[in-house]
Design a protein around this ligand. Structure first.
Ligand SMILES: Cc1cc2nc3c(=O)[nH]c(=O)nc-3n(C[C@H](O)[C@H](O)[C@H](O)COP(=O)(O)OP(=O)(O)OC[C@H]3O[C@@H](n4cnc5c(N)ncnc54)[C@H](O)[C@@H]3O)c2cc1C
Ligand SMILES: *[C@@H]1O[C@H](CO)[C@@H](O)[C@H](O)[C@H]1NC(C)=O
Ligand SMILES: *[C@@H]1O[C@H](CO)[C@@H](O)[C@H](O)[C@H]1NC(C)=O
Ligand SMILES: *[C@@H]1O[C@H](CO)[C@@H](O)[C@H](O)[C@H]1NC(C)=O
Length: 535
């Protein structure tokens, strides 16, 4: 039988690895991209276009390059650890070229509808209608990978902001913000303390007369630069930590993290202290916010009570004149091309492991990248695609509908308990746990025990080092011969872009002696054995 024909919808970071995963498994992908180029969210354009995500000129990743890479394609060693959007685009173009993905993408082709064919229950096939150059065309596909992203529809809860219609100044959603030039000497209020809200408040405060940052519940503020100047995610997202987390009581973890962040600046005095504990809500990344608060350029404010024609009144009764409101209130998402009735998705957008709608008679449609990992998106959606194409091919089976629904319900309950009961938080997953869960489905989760026996040097780095995506190419289907080397050289790639002024070799700290390392390794093997016996 010739390869199955698969439609990939969207050519952002998720769509690109979806195409590649199809090719790896001998399927025939056709990718439809509504805009004229690859990159999705990461492709900066001066003007926001409807139906496409949009970022600001200065947007820089909050996940570091070694953690953000595709699993068989590390970022070039000279790229900085945190990446400006132009650098991510450069990387995506290299990836696309290296794996010859361009010829599978049809640009300026918007998918308008995806419907089951009448014989769906036996063939699992789909009718796909695509609009290009004003004309609609129909196609038949054996499988669909939906890679349309989470950040296209702005969430604007105007009902929470009485008087907004009266306001005479300018108001925009953060998605429309591009650069600070137009906001010179303005009095600006930014609403919302997520990553975008804080980034915009900080950037605008360089040029504005005054910036107010309004938040209902506050936030814990992390930095991108962790102890000794290492990228935060490379230090925190390790297998060692993820095991610690399972054994440690949550309250102790919270205390550790909160003390650590408060040691940098007191969240209470700085007006940021949330009511929630550290682990129960998304933390915000900003190395700069405290600097701008202490210099008075950003003033923290409580929730907005109402707007008047020229001012804002906060819940504490204080009033400030303002010229501009920026709503950094987040996003909602939808799939307007799916048929309107609920034969594919329920109202919660329930998906088995955030990939497969559970109720379909045939598992021939998968959602890729429709989740919020506490960690990088690129490797997560790549692994989802590797799993999805194997299910399409029949190499992996899904459990029964009732088991899938039970799993979804269980996870939703767990998330509601762990995170504040925020409907927009229900798709949050812990990076290492989620990656391992999907990897186990495919059989590409690294086997630590045998690694410790046969390759202790690699095992040490896999266990204690950052849980980089290359770990999921060490074994099983899609194994990549250079994965071992990529892991053993990752620290060099972290250090390399920082060493632009090379000091004489005498100043390097010497590394731990071999005997110390050997004792550590022996100790570790012992701990691991206990863990494996216990678990
Ligand atoms: C401000 C901001 C900062 C972020 N920072 C990070 C970060 O540092 N690290 C990280 O890992 N993640 C980050 N994220 C998450 C980010 O969403 C992912 O990194 C990534 O962009 C998701 O890619 P995607 O391909 O899933 O979706 P998108 O990038 O949204 O791409 C979807 C593509 O689908 C196309 N499309 C949509 N509908 C259709 C249709 N009907 N027909 C045809 N084409 C269609 C769109 O044109 C678009 O090109 C950030 C998000 C935001 C908003
Ligand atoms: C869903 O319904 C709306 C109107 O109710 C319509 O505009 C849209 O085209 C429909 N979508 C599909 C895929 O049929
Ligand atoms: C739901 O789908 C069925 C066929 O699949 C169609 O007959 C019906 O009109 C649809 N209902 C709505 C509300 O779209
Ligand atoms: C990075 O920023 C995006 C956009 O605000 C957010 O969705 C994501 O969770 C952040 N990443 C981490 C690791 O916090």
């Amino acid at each position: 039988m010739p390869g199955k024909r698969i439609a990939v919808i969207g050519a952002g970071v998720s769509g690109l690895s979806a195409i590649k995963s199809c090719l790896e498994e001998g399927l025939e992908p056709t990718c439809f991209e509504g805009s004229s180029d690859i990159g999705g969210l990461w492709r900066y354009e001066e003007k926001p276009e409807g139906g496409r995500p949009s970022i600001y000129k200065s947007a820089t990743s909050n996940t570091s390059k070694e953690m953000t890479a595709y699993s068989d394609y590390p970022f070039p060693d000279h790229h900085p650890n945190y990446l400006h959007n132009s650098k991510i685009m450069e990387y995506l173009r290299m990836y696309t070229k290296h794996f010859h993905l361009m010829k599978y993408i049809q640009f300026l082709s918007k998918v308008c509808s995806v419907r089951k064919r009448s014989d769906f229950s036996s063939t699992g096939q789909w009718d796909v209608v695509v609009e290009a150059e004003g004309k609609q065309e129909s196609y038949v596909f054996d499988g669909i990978l939906v890679c349309t992203g989470l950040y296209t529809d702005p969430f604007l809860p105007f009902e929470n902001f009485p008087g907004i219609k009266r306001f005479k100044g300018q108001y925009i959603h953060s998605l429309e913000y591009k650069r600070p030039d137009k906001f010179q000497e303005k009095r600006i209020i930014v609403i919302g303390i997520g990553n975008s809200g804080v980034d915009l408040a900080v950037e605008l405060s360089h040029v504005a007369e005054q910036v107010f940052l309004s938040t209902r519940r506050g936030a814990w503020i992390w930095n991108r630069v962790w102890d000794y100047g290492m990228p935060t995610d490379t230090i925190l997202f390790t297998r060692f930590n993820s095991i610690l987390k399972k054994f440690y009581p949550t309250s102790l973890m919270n205390r550790w993290a909160e003390n650590k962040l408060n040691a940098r600046f007191n969240h209470d005095i700085y007006g940021l202290q949330p009511q929630h504990r550290f682990l129960s809500h998304q933390a915000t990344f900003s190395d700069d916010l405290p600097n701008h608060i202490i210099s008075g350029r950003v003033l923290m404010k409580p929730n907005v009570r109402e707007f008047t024609e020229t001012s804002v009144i906060f819940e504490d009764g204080t009033k400030e004149n303002i010229d501009v409101i920026i709503f950094a209130t987040g996003y909602t998402f939808s799939f307007p091309f799916l048929e309107n009735n609920s034969t594919i998705l329920d109202s919660h957008h329930s998906m088995f492991k955030f990939v497969f709608p559970p109720q379909l008679e045939k598992a021939t449609l998968a959602f890729i990248g429709i989740l919020q990992p506490v960690g990088a998106t690129i490797p997560t959606s790549e692994l989802q695609s590797r799993w999805a194409v194997r299910v399409f091919k029949g190499l992996n089976q899904l459990p029964s509908v009732s088991d899938m629904v039970a799993d979804i319900t269980k996870k939703r309950k767990k998330n509601e308990k762990e995170f504040l009961n925020n409907p927009r938080d229900t798709r949050r997953v812990q990076y290492v746990d989620y990656m391992d869960e999907i990897a186990s489905e495919i059989g590409v989760k690294p086997n630590l025990f045998s690694l410790f026996l046969w390759d202790p040097k690699l095992a040490m780095e896999v266990f204690f080092g950052p849980c980089t995506p290359y770990q999921y190419r060490l074994q099983g289907p899609g194994k990549w011969a250079q994965a071992r080397e990529a892991i053993l050289t990752q620290r060099e790639r972290i250090i390399k872009p920082l060493r632009t002024r090379i000091l004489s070799s005498g100043q390097h700290p010497s590394s731990a002696p071999l005997w110390l390392k050997s004792i550590c390794a022996a100790l570790l093997l012992f701990i691991l054995t206990i863990i494996i016996i216990k678990g």
